[in-house]
Design a protein around this ligand. Structure first.
Ligand SMILES: [Zn+2]
Length: 249
């Protein structure tokens, strides 16, 4: 209870009545929190662009013992990543929605926090599709939900660099050519290399490559999106905005 100050990433804000907003943010130390920002709709100067998705800020809030909602007192922006419009905005909205989906309430997740900031920076500096795919890989990896991309889940052998792995809808894990009766989505050698590289390379480096590996990232994304939406048990709304802005093919 009482007044607290935290380092946070804003995930979303929704209108509340004529004057206020409800803000969802990932606090570095306390996990996901929701709070009412009084006057945020009317007094724009009080909070500025602090409540755009993926804004990195120091938030002062008051925690009432009786309510799940905190009261947001002030927000001091460290860095606002959200541009006016376009590709990067779509990517950041999507990253924020996915973080909101995977972050647990009142449970600190420092790895996810650092991933979010690194990817927000990479989306600003480089290719949005590559940055988003990088984020999806790590989101699943941190949650322990990314299957092995080096070993077949069927025969348990290490697959060669030039082989593909396939997802089957009814069983978990990725399988080699021999073990997959009805191939659904596949990760080819280039996609497997991209994923393996993202394990050891920062997102800014992957996203600023010239030429950007957009086609490879998109092929990875198709598989990752299915796994993510399956995990959440729902469609991710922002994917349609990303497809609109970045193109799906
Ligand atoms: Zn196999």
């Amino acid at each position: 209870m009482g007044l607290k100050r935290c380092e946070a990433i804003v995930l979303k804000s929704q209108k509340l009545g004529e004057l206020d907003k409800i803000v969802t943010f990932l606090s570095r130390d306390e996990g996901k929190l929701r709070g009412v920002a009084k006057g945020a709709r009317k007094l724009k100067q009080r909070f500025g662009p602090a409540f755009e998705p993926m804004t990195h800020a120091h938030i002062v809030y008051f925690e009432k013992g009786t309510s799940d909602l905190v009261r947001v007192e002030s927000a001091e922006i460290v860095r606002c990543y959200f541009p006016e419009s376009g590709e990067t905005a779509a990517v950041l909205a999507c990253v924020a929605e996915l973080m909101d989906g995977f972050a647990q309430e009142k449970e600190a997740n420092d790895a996810l926090f650092r991933l979010g900031l690194a990817v927000a920076g990479a989306a600003n500096e480089g290719n949005g599709r590559v940055a988003l795919t990088y984020f999806e890989i790590w989101l699943l990896r941190l949650a322990g939900l990314l299957p092995s991309i080096g070993r077949c889940a069927g025969c348990n052998r290490d697959v060669g660099e030039d082989e593909s792995l396939h997802a089957m809808a009814e069983v978990g894990g990725l399988r080699c050519d021999r073990c997959c009766a009805r191939p659904g989505m596949s990760l080819g050698p280039a996609q497997r290399r991209f994923i393996a590289e993202s394990f050891r390379t920062p997102p800014s480096e992957m996203a600023t490559r010239d030429p950007a590996p957009v086609a490879i990232a998109l092929a990875c994304h198709r598989y990752l999106r299915t796994a993510i939406e399956h995990t959440l048990g729902r469609r991710v709304k922002s994917y349609s905005i990303v497809d609109l802005n970045l193109g799906e093919a």
